[in-house]
Design a protein around this ligand. Structure first.
Ligand SMILES: [Zn+2]
Ligand SMILES: [Zn+2]
Length: 432
């Protein structure tokens, strides 16, 4: 009984943070749908360039996204901001002569080059401020400065993206995987508080190197987002026999945070993690695989971040949603068919009555593996499946949360995993 009041207060706070009630924004009561000043903005929040290990120049990458109907893009190179003078030897860049020739053809008057003492051709990497001044168009296209804070613990890669940062965040390290994540989250939140600039941090590709488990992620304070879909072919979104998929990790994290840990909901992002821009499609990490659709009042970093933090977005690897509605008693999702595309709607959730204890997965010698624990199949169970262009799930009040995954009949044209269908993921809704 002692937990009744705190839990009740917590549920109120969670409901305010969730889709159904959001007094701080202009999204009308319960609907994610464009209209009036509200528009859907398509964006990618994970992008590499010649500033780290991508194979193209910022301006060429920005133009690719602009020309493929994106409205915003966050540059997130590893542990660096594109804010200083930097010259590179053309032949030594990841994109080599090919990328340089394309840059020169596209921007003949803008390129700055020189020959170094060894006779090698060098080009100056344009800074973020120069590129955004050149490519940004008010209301149509926005570049946002970001960073992939690339940390590690005992050789496990721990990467987090900071979007709209003002200053470089050096990896903070820690004495465990969870502490490493927490220290980096805290560093970005501290910068936000100190500078007054809205910025967010999200955990990238938990299954890259199978570094981050649901148990690591579930307790992180101030962590509101993680990548449920990352388009890089090496990040194991689907997991394997002994490793949970990123969707399974999401459900375990949600069930634990909402049912046991008194922590807020965590939202799922889809991103590209693009590195390779010259041979599309291929089996590399290319642009165009995963993105977010954010419902916001205007195309500014502040407005986008406010909407993201309020859960006013969905994530997609191809499926277009027309609306997501919830009044706290039901969740209705409407998709937009392109041609003869059909959809499967799966409403996933965890009930309050579901046992939440997990147990380690053991290797053949009976030793626990450093992987996400095994939980009841009822964690993240499919509560309802239907097909058509829209679907509704009526809450019965016993759910901790419900989310919807929409799968298209169309296969992804350039998948990160073989056989992948195009999908969309709504954010979790907490019943009233
Ligand atoms: Zn990474
Ligand atoms: Zn990355």
């Amino acid at each position: 009984m002692r937990r009744t009041i705190p839990l009740f207060l917590c549920c109120l706070a969670l409901a305010c943070a969730a889709l159904s009630v959001s007094p701080r924004t202009s999204v009308e009561a319960d609907a994610l749908q464009s209209g009036g000043k509200l528009q859907w903005y398509k964006g990618n929040m994970h992008t590499h360039s010649h500033w780290s290990d991508g194979d193209d120049y910022l301006e060429m990458i920005g133009a690719w996204y602009r020309d493929h109907d994106y409205q915003f893009l966050v540059f997130t190179d590893h542990n660096i901001l594109a804010n200083k003078e930097r010259w590179v030897v053309v032949e030594k860049t990841k994109g080599g002569k090919k990328a340089y020739d394309k840059l020169k053809a596209a921007y003949p008057e803008w390129i700055e080059e020189r020959t170094n003492d060894d006779g090698a051709l060098e080009v100056r990497l344009r800074r973020f401020d120069e590129v955004s001044e050149r490519l940004n168009q008010p209301g149509k296209f926005l570049l946002i400065q970001g960073e992939e804070i690339s940390d590690s613990f005992h050789r496990h890669p721990i990467h987090l993206n900071a979007s709209n940062v003002k200053e470089l965040v050096a990896p903070r390290h820690g004495t465990s995987i969870a502490e490493t994540i927490q220290n980096n989250v805290d560093a970005v939140m501290n910068q936000r508080e100190r500078t007054g600039q809205p910025m967010i941090i999200h955990l990238n590709h938990p299954n890259f190197g199978y570094a981050v488990t649901a148990e690591d992620l579930m307790r992180i304070q101030g962590e509101k987002f993680f990548e449920v879909y990352n388009g890089h072919p090496g990040v194991h979104n689907s997991g394997d026999e002994t490793h949970a998929s990123t969707e399974r990790i999401w459900d375990i994290v949600l069930a634990q945070r909402l049912g046991r840990l008194d922590l807020p909901v965590m939202y799922g992002l889809a991103t590209d993690d693009g590195h390779n821009y010259h041979n599309i499609p291929s089996r590399a990490s290319e642009p165009g695989r995963g993105w977010v659709m954010v419902l916001a009042q205007e195309l500014t970093a502040a407005a986008l971040i406010e909407s993201l933090e309020n859960g006013h977005f969905y994530s997609s690897s191809g499926v277009v949603l027309e609306s997501v509605r919830s009044d706290g008693k039901s969740l209705t999702v409407k998709a937009q068919s392109r041609g003869d595309e059909t959809f499967t709607f799966e409403f996933l959730g965890t009930r309050k009555s579901t046992p939440l204890d997990g147990e380690p997965i053991l290797d053949k010698d009976g030793q626990p593996l450093a992987t996400t624990h095994r939980y009841s199949d009822k964690v993240g169970e499919v509560l309802k499946t239907s097909s058509g262009e829209s679907a509704t799930y009526e809450f019965d009040g016993d759910e901790l949360y419900v989310r919807c995954r929409v799968t298209s009949s169309q296969k992804h044209p350039n998948p990160s995993e073989i056989g992948e269908h195009e999908r969309a993921w709504t954010q979790p809704v907490i019943p009233e």
